[in-house]
Design a protein around this ligand. Structure first.
Ligand SMILES: [Zn+2]
Length: 290
């Protein structure tokens, strides 16, 4: 992945206008289609307002409409800076750090985070090929207790395509009736599944998957290609991140944190700097039919 330094950032986005221009070009790379003139026309930036105006008829267009920035009292440059800082850490950054580094209030930083995380709702294609499935338990009040059945912990089920993407969902329980719909949605029926011996996975072969299982209780954690190292690697990334940066996460917000980690993970092999990948989501989200 290409490096994108603080200096690069400051050069490319020195002002609110520069950020607005970027959003405009990203949303309308072939120019702005004027609704009145009914064609792509030349537009110019309106002074002191976050909008562009058609050179011919004067119709105005707001590039931040339908984006997370719309009607926010926080300057666009600050939004970009927060996104840049989020994108520049491997394991996440806290609202406290953002408050310190950008000068916005804690409440504002926190709100921005949650807005920005909505960019990470990735609707990816079902995973295929070799797919590892596993569940984990995050949070809870009793840090000593681990593993299945630990009280107060949030349950999360995840699937990782080897050398590919990961998906993970916070779930009510890890019973079969919960796992099967997750599988139907996230994992292609032609995939080969790798799981441990947890009984909820018992019927995966019956619903059509090729299924290979690891027998943890025999102390056999990996036998040849039968392992769940990819998804377990992702879990440890999430847990380390949450413990290191956020200390704890309320169950209500856990999914959006997981989405952020999954998003980083899924773009880990991209050549584009993470910050630019973050930015590319803005127009995608704005153009999405609601
Ligand atoms: Zn016009």
């Amino acid at each position: 992945m290409k490096k994108y330094t603080t200096k690069d950032f400051q050069q490319e986005f020195p002002t609110d206008d520069a950020c607005l221009e970027y959003i405009k070009n990203q949303r309308w790379p072939k120019g702005i289609h004027c609704a009145k003139c009914q064609k792509v026309t030349k537009h110019h930036k309106v002074r002191n307002r976050p909008c562009y105006e058609c050179d011919y008829c004067g119709a105005q267009v707001y590039p931040t409409a339908d984006t997370i920035f719309h009607k926010s009292p926080t300057p666009l440059k600050t939004w970009f800076e927060v996104m840049y800082r989020m994108a520049s850490t491997r394991c996440g950054i806290s609202a406290k750090q953002i408050q310190r580094e950008t000068g916005v209030t804690y409440k504002t930083a926190w709100r921005m985070f949650h807005q920005i995380r909505t960019l990470f709702d990735d609707d990816c294609e079902p995973l295929t090929g070799e797919v590892e499935v596993d569940e984990t338990y995050i949070g809870g009040k009793r840090p000593g207790k681990r593993g299945r059945g630990a009280e107060g912990k949030s349950k999360v089920v995840g699937a990782a395509q080897r050398n590919g993407k990961v998906v993970a969902c916070v779930v009510q329980d890890v019973k079969r009736k919960t796992l099967v719909p997750f599988m139907n949605r996230m994992v292609d029926r032609n995939a080969t599944l790798y799981t441990d011996e947890f009984p909820s996975y018992d019927h995966m072969a019956r619903i059509g998957y090729k299924h290979k299982r690891i027998l943890h209780h025999d102390k056999v954690y990996a036998r040849g290609d039968i392992h769940t190292n990819s998804i377990e690697g992702f879990w440890s990334l999430v847990k380390r991140g949450i413990a290191g940066v956020y200390h704890s996460v309320s169950p209500q917000y856990l999914q959006s944190y997981i989405n952020e980690y999954a998003f980083r993970y899924n773009h880990r092999k991209s050549d584009t700097p993470m910050f630019k990948i973050f930015l590319s989501r803005i127009s995608l989200q704005a153009e999405k039919p609601s």
